[in-house]
Design a protein around this ligand. Structure first.
Ligand SMILES: CC1=C(CCC(=O)O)c2cc3nc(cc4[nH]c(cc5[nH]c(cc1n2)c(C)c5CCC(=O)O)c(CCC(=O)O)c4C)C(CCC(=O)O)=C3C
Ligand SMILES: [Fe+2]
Length: 379
């Protein structure tokens, strides 16, 4: 039996997505609230969702991941009656606050979050920590005191990298010799990359480390040439975002006489809208127009090895909280990512003082107006 003490619940924390046409605009408004995204971009993105009947694939991906994570925690000897696994989202139901309230009602006081983002950045790290802080503040006003930690980022973990490498190896067998690999991730503003991680530029740096680790895992005689490129740019055109865009990159490859491309969505954990629309629909169409052979490699979200890796990081973090100094494996880059974010890590450039949980500087504000017992102080 492996205990998850001191945790009494696990939370799979994700982005969320609409499941019906009338949910699309309210969802997009949730996503972009206060983020300065032009209205035209919102309407354009709503069309992407409408192309799929108003239903994002992301929730079904997370339902599958939830089942796999439960299975892998059970396989690791965790008793799910003692530590149930919940699922909550930032932008759509089931919402984080509601799920944590339910967990509290069922007796949970210390929760370990597993975020569906492999890399550090404001979007993939601090914004989730802000969501958790907001939920914890709301719940503390209801007299419910809880603490939430989150597992470290896992861009460097074999369970994330190996399924991608296997899929690329297979894909390379179906494109002409000399084809390139285009690793693709979500574009973010240059300024957001500059502020990623404790020292800055961690978003691009950790992506490159993951790409290099994947390349070293390929079962091929000659490692193909590769680039890290971007998709899903939004924001005003005047604001610099990470480039090149996958579409422009494909045109460049064609011009350079490259005979084909394996497109690898390394920035994404599962086949959500960015993957099925921006890559499988838009980028593939561009490649077809260029007469450039194009194969898209798999994401690792559905792989057993991926859920097993998440389960092992959950077990590792629980051991660390018990002071047991567990072995901290890392198969890419310069060693394991931190458990607890230092102050200012993945800064919020618009609102630097917004409370964020799971960092050294997190203190649950004690609401003295409440008749309930004072909230426990957490880090
Ligand atoms: C780094 C990153 C990840 C990966 C890390 C992680 O997984 O968290 C990610 C994931 C996702 N992004 C998603 C959807 C959207 N992202 C948007 C907007 C933005 N994303 C950004 C960054 C990221 N996003 C940024 C800097 C913006 C601009 C607004 C802002 O500065 O915050 C918008 C608004 C419209 C638009 O502008 O495109 C939508 C609809 C979905 C769900 C897809 C589905 O429904 O299947 C997922 C998983
Ligand atoms: Fe961070």
């Amino acid at each position: 039996m492996s205990s998850l003490k001191p945790y009494d619940a696990v939370l799979l924390l994700s982005f969320g997505g609409p499941e019906a046409p009338d949910e699309v605009m309210p969802f997009l408004e949730n996503v972009t609230r206060g983020r300065g995204i032009p209205r035209e971009r919102l309407l354009e993105v709503s069309e992407h969702y409408m192309h799929f009947g108003g239903r994002s694939p992301i929730n079904d991906e997370n339902r599958a991941l939830l089942a796999n994570l439960r299975e892998q925690l059970t396989a690791a000897g965790v008793d799910l009656d003692q530590t149930p696994v919940y699922w909550g989202n930032r932008n759509w139901a089931p919402f984080t606050t509601d799920v944590l309230r339910e967990a509290h009602e069922n007796g949970a006081r210390r929760v370990l979050a597993v975020v569906t983002s492999a890399y550090p950045s404001y979007s993939g790290c601090r914004q989730y920590r802000e969501d958790l802080a907001e939920a914890l503040i709301t719940l503390s006003r209801e007299g419910r005191s809880m603490r939430v930690d989150k597992i470290r980022h896992y861009f460097d973990q074999d369970g994330f990298l190996s399924p991608i490498a296997e899929s690329i190896t297979e894909a390379l067998g179906t494109v002409p010799t000399g084809s390139h690999i285009a690793f693709v991730t979500h574009s973010i503003p240059d300024a957001m990359d500059d502020a990623s991680g404790p020292q800055g530029n961690a978003y691009t740096k950790t992506h490159r480390e993951a790409c290099e680790a994947v390349l070293s895992l390929l079962a091929v005689d000659t490692v193909p040439e590769w680039d890290l490129v971007y998709c899903s740019r939004s924001g005003p055109p005047s604001q610099p975002w990470l480039e090149p865009d996958i579409g422009d990159h494909l045109a460049g490859l064609k011009n350079a006489g490259v005979p084909g491309v394996v497109c690898v969505p390394i920035g994404f954990v599962s086949d959500h809208m960015e993957v099925v629309f921006d890559l499988d629909t838009e980028a593939e169409e561009i490649a077809q127009g260029l007469d450039l052979p194009f194969v898209r490699a798999a994401t690792s979200g559905r792989a057993t090895a991926f859920a097993a890796m998440l389960a092992s990081l959950v077990v590792e973090r629980a051991a660390a909280e018990r002071g047991e100094n567990p072995e901290r494996g890392s198969q890419a880059g310069s060693g394991p990512w931190h458990d607890v974010c230092p102050a200012g890590c993945c800064a919020n450039l618009r609102n630097p003082d917004k409370p964020a949980a799971c960092g050294v500087d997190w203190v649950l504000p004690i609401d003295t107006s409440s008749a309930a017992a004072p909230a426990e102080v957490t880090r």
